[in-house]
Ligand binder design. Structure first.
Ligand code: BTN
Length: 253
């Protein structure tokens, strides 16, 4: 890969005992090293970030705290990278565990209706190039005594599900899968090409949902997901709403 006339080094995998957030280390590494991609892993995060400004609890050794950053060629920022990643991560995890895994729009991975993996994607302009940072947190185990009640109600771990997950194998499978995905996107893959697979894995469709969209909370039935990843929901008065981003906070059958 060449960028600005200078050859990019291929990827690197860096493992740390403790970091603030693997997303931040991935960003800094991409800023200072001329890499095509980097994968950052940490045993613990002291300031792990979730979506919508939340913390991501990152107890030492209990999870996979992983970020994958890659340079984006030109101005091509795929319309629905977070959703493509969700499907990719779900499929990768599904090869390593027995539990049935679903995607909650846009990009949570659930097992038995509870979150087992969260994804935080951040596009950043770094000096002369654009970079996509994909942060993935997998709950391998949860220290229930140190986990707040509200998190316990919404989240689960592979250990709770009776699954043993080898974090090294999982990390290596994710690096492989994301490297292929970024290659395919650079070669023209769009979310529309994977939308049927996404819909088949998505537990949100057909459910009554409460969704946060910007500063608004919307309630209704999740009716459809289009080829750009937009979720359409119909409220009680029959109005249809398009959610381009945001998140489902509650689902009921
Ligand atoms: C969410 O569901 O709210 C997204 C959670 C993302 C957590 C991961 S852990 C590795 C990476 N580093 C972070 O600070 N966040 C992501």
């Amino acid at each position: 890969m060449r960028e600005g006339g200078r050859a990019l080094r291929e990827g690197a995998v860096l493992v740390f005992p403790s970091v603030t957030s693997t997303n931040d280390i991935a960003r800094d590494t991409m800023l200072h090293d001329h890499l095509s991609w980097v994968a950052i892993l940490a045993e613990e995060q002291t300031a792990g970030r979730g979506r919508r400004g939340r913390n991501w609890i990152s107890q030492p050794g209990n999870g996979l705290f992983f970020s994958y950053a890659h340079a984006i060629q030109g101005v091509v920022i795929p319309d629905a990278w977070p959703l493509l990643v969700a499907l990719c991560v779900r499929d990768t995890l599904a090869e390593l565990v027995h539990s049935e895994l679903t995607v909650k729009w846009p990009n949570d991975i659930l097992a038995e209706g509870k979150k087992v993996c969260g994804i935080l994607t951040e596009a950043r302009q770094l000096a002369d190039r654009a970079v996509m940072i994909t942060g993935i947190g997998v709950n391998v185990r949860l220290d229930l005594e140190r986990t707040p009640e509200d998190v316990k109600n919404r989240a689960t771990s592979f250990e709770t599900l009776g699954e043993t997950v080898d974090r090294n194998r999982l990390a290596s499978a994710l690096i492989h899968a994301l490297t292929l995905l970024k290659r395919d996107v650079a070669a023209g893959l769009r979310f529309g090409d994977r939308v049927d697979a996404y819909r088949a894995s998505c537990e949100t469709l057909g459910k009554h949902v409460r969704a946060v969209h910007g500063n608004t909370v919307l309630e209704g039935v999740a009716e459809a997901i289009d080829e750009h990843g937009t979720l359409f929901m119909r409220d009680r008065t029959g109005n249809r709403h398009a959610l381009f981003s945001g998140e489902i906070v509650e689902t009921a059958p």
